[in-house]
Unconditional design. Structure first.
Length: 291
């Protein structure tokens, strides 16, 4: 009903406009731009209502892939129809719009610009589906760099991670792991390296920490691997560096859990094992010192 009412209002405004400027010398100079402005405003409102009201209710029963494709196609047809209607309001016919030299010049001039880049990027994402709405992804792109971490962390990929909320004509919305909505141009995502964690299996997580030099690496390895328990693949422990008071250890596990949760689990076990071994070593050293 809202869409129909808006359509009727827009039609009445166009009729009144044509009637007002029917026999005036300013018909072509004034009526055309006003007609295009009315079509653009009313059409944009209708498209917004269709997106927020009708599509939200009609597409919820579809699977994520079909919902994404259907939503993108509806948006594309809506805005394409509005664009053609605006040009018609300016007196530019469909044949002139499609095959005229001016149109070809505009397309070639804007092909490398952000607007068409995002539009074509959205079509690319919908057709080839590197991810779908509700997928958990990470992406790497040079446009959004971050600083690499320092010791004791392993080198990290400069990624942004989150769950896909929406893919529209120009932008993709991702809710990051921190809970912030991140709106990304489709053209950038189409060029990014994307890790779809919803489709991935177990992945490797490396965690580094330091141990006192007086704890035997063999004892640490045996106790820590026992405390860590079972994972998707057997965990491994390697020495990565050694100093006068400490040595560095890297634990490698394969897991389907988030990296933060895996890191916390390993470091909790490492703290417990190192504390126990330090206490055992201290207890065994006391009789020797008294002797």
């Amino acid at each position: 009903m809202i869409v129909l009412a808006l359509f009727v209002v827009g039609s009445l405004l166009l009729i009144l406009l044509d009637t007002a400027y029917k026999n005036t010398p300013l018909k072509d100079a004034v009526a055309g731009p006003l007609r295009a402005a009315i079509i653009l405003i009313v059409g944009s409102v209708i498209a917004r209502v269709v997106e927020t009201k009708l599509m939200a209710k009609s597409l919820t029963s579809l699977p994520p892939r079909q919902r994404t494709i259907a939503g993108f196609a509806v948006r594309l047809l809506l805005y394409l129809g509005i664009t053609l209607a605006v040009f018609a309001g300016l007196g530019i016919g469909l044949s002139s719009f499609l095959f005229g030299g001016a149109f070809l010049t505009v397309v070639l001039g804007l092909a490398g610009q952000s607007m068409l880049s995002n539009l074509f990027g959205g079509i690319w994402l919908v057709l080839f589906q590197p991810f779908q709405v509700s997928d958990s992804i990470s992406f790497i792109t040079w446009q959004y760099p971050i600083l690499m971490p320092s010791f004791p962390h392993e080198a990290l990929k400069p990624v942004y991670s989150g769950r896909v909320r929406d893919i529209n004509l120009m932008y993709t919305t991702i809710v990051t792991d921190d809970g912030d909505p991140l709106v990304l141009p489709n053209g950038i995502l189409a060029q990014a390296a994307i890790i779809n964690r919803s489709r991935a299996g177990a992945r490797r997580v490396n965690v580094r920490f330091e141990s006192p030099i007086d704890i035997s690496p063999k004892d640490l390895e045996a106790r820590l691997l026992e405390d860590l328990g079972s994972w998707d693949r057997p965990p491994t422990l390697e020495l990565t560096d050694i100093g006068t008071a400490n040595y560095s250890v890297r634990v490698c596990v394969w897991s389907r859990e988030s990296e933060e949760r895996v890191r916390d689990r390993i470091l909790q076990s490492a703290w417990k094992v190192v504390s126990q071994l330090s206490q055992t070593h201290g207890d065994s050293a006391e009789p020797n010192q008294s002797h």
